[in-house]
Design a protein. Structure first.
Length: 135
């Protein structure tokens, strides 16, 4: 199977942006929870949202080059992120049922979820909207 250069570039950049967003999520969580003494659940919600916002902003501008229909794209991206969370939870549950070590399942789930989210974001969130449809 041959992957064109643009698709390969998008996959790599998606991974880099995702890694940076996960790093922001982690750093903010640690700062709010460990250094500011904020509740862990509240810290997690804030840090995850910051990571999603960063990822959307960078992917829309630098990876997929789609800056029109930003609200629609942001909602789609956010829902895709929530779907990824649900998928990750489901994979963890399934791995638990099969008695697969949690660390193995979690590590594998990162790649599975990232691949699914990339496909959804490439073909749904960042698709080209047709001019005729007034969307």
């Amino acid at each position: 199977m041959i992957i064109n250069k643009q698709l390969l570039r998008q996959i790599i950049l998606y991974g880099i942006i995702g890694g940076g967003s996960a790093f922001l999520d982690f750093i903010l969580f640690m700062l709010m929870y460990n250094h500011l003494g904020m509740n862990e659940y509240f810290s997690n919600v804030i840090s995850i949202h910051a990571g999603i916002a960063m990822s959307f902003t960078l992917n829309s501008k630098y990876n997929f080059h789609k800056t029109d229909k930003l609200l629609r794209r942001a909602i789609s991206f956010y829902l895709t992120g929530l779907f990824g969370l649900a998928l990750s939870q489901g994979l963890l549950w399934f791995g638990n049922v099969l008695l697969i070590p949690l660390t193995v399942v979690k590590f594998a789930s990162i790649f599975i979820v990232a691949a699914v989210q990339f496909i959804i974001n490439k073909f749904v969130t960042f698709r080209k909207y047709e001019e005729c449809c007034n969307e």
